[in-house]
Design a binder for this molecule. Sequence first.
Ligand code: GTQ
Length: 345
Amino acid sequence: MSGQLGTLEDLPQDYRAAMTAAGVAPLWPMMRNVLPHGAPKPVTQPGHWAYDAVRPLLMRAGELTPVEKAERRVLVLSDPGRGPGAMQATATIYLGMQLLLPGETAPAHVHTPSAVRIVVEGEGGYTVVDGEKLPMQAGDLVLTPGGDWHDHGHEGTEPVIWLDALDLPVFVQLEGSYAVEGPLQAQRNRPDAAAVEYLSAGLVPSRQRAAQARRYPLIRYPWARTEAALRALAAHGGDPVAELDYINPETGADVLPTLGFTAMHLPAGVTSAPPLRSASQAFHVVAGRGESVVNGQRFAWGPKDTFTAPVFAELTHTATEDAFLVRIHDRPLQEKLGYYEERAR
Ligand code: GTQ
């Protein structure tokens, strides 16, 4: 057990001035800021973004800012702990709501961070990733791995809105975030891999072709299949809360190097109290209603809402209506760094 560490005020003024002039600082007064005891002290605060509050603001952005003036027309969900304008929802997770109006295209670019879209509303939207055209329907999860060209388009008649989740804060911290712009991509004239190579769980293209497998073989995870799989698991799985992880079908690994995604079914009336996790998390409600308590803060949520939990958050979820959520988390990054942890509550 160490005692109280020395403070800056313990040190003589001339010594402090000389250290500043030399560009050095004593560790011990700051030690507990960077190495707190027992558990991290997150800056991140729990956040809740009701779709009813965000949607009108996004629609107004559609009137005020043409897509040509925005590159991506997005409202960023700012972590309350970092305050207004924060370009992140947790330490590692960036979240934004993106609007595309009928007939619009968002120009092609490529960047170092990876993105995932979870479609919130509207028909006829699509993303082109590395030449593959990916139709987007409500609840679909669509990857844009870092380094893959992507542009967005809209062939429908109503606004299309999706939630963007990116590992952008990690890349900003690494001073590794940048983008390159280019012309709209030529689209391969065939359905995407979710409709051809990976139509069915457990079936992958013959291993004779495995050498040709792409780094990210499956880009689109249609919600209809996810929901059907959750319903089957809910009916026969034994656990009251059914959970399915999104994985790369060739490797079994998480879909992205940094971020993981888990689809959840919470039956009405059931309360879930998961272990405390070292991962930071965001929850997007695909359907249903309920209430979650995050570190004592109570959020009543409904369809298309999004809420967040800092690292090691104490969480309970209670569905008041049969609910489907997607949990976004940074466990894959923490595992690679060698410290992912779950603690009993
Ligand atoms: O759609 O490519 O929310 O590049 C932020 C950065 C979306 C995108 C965001 C992006 C995109």
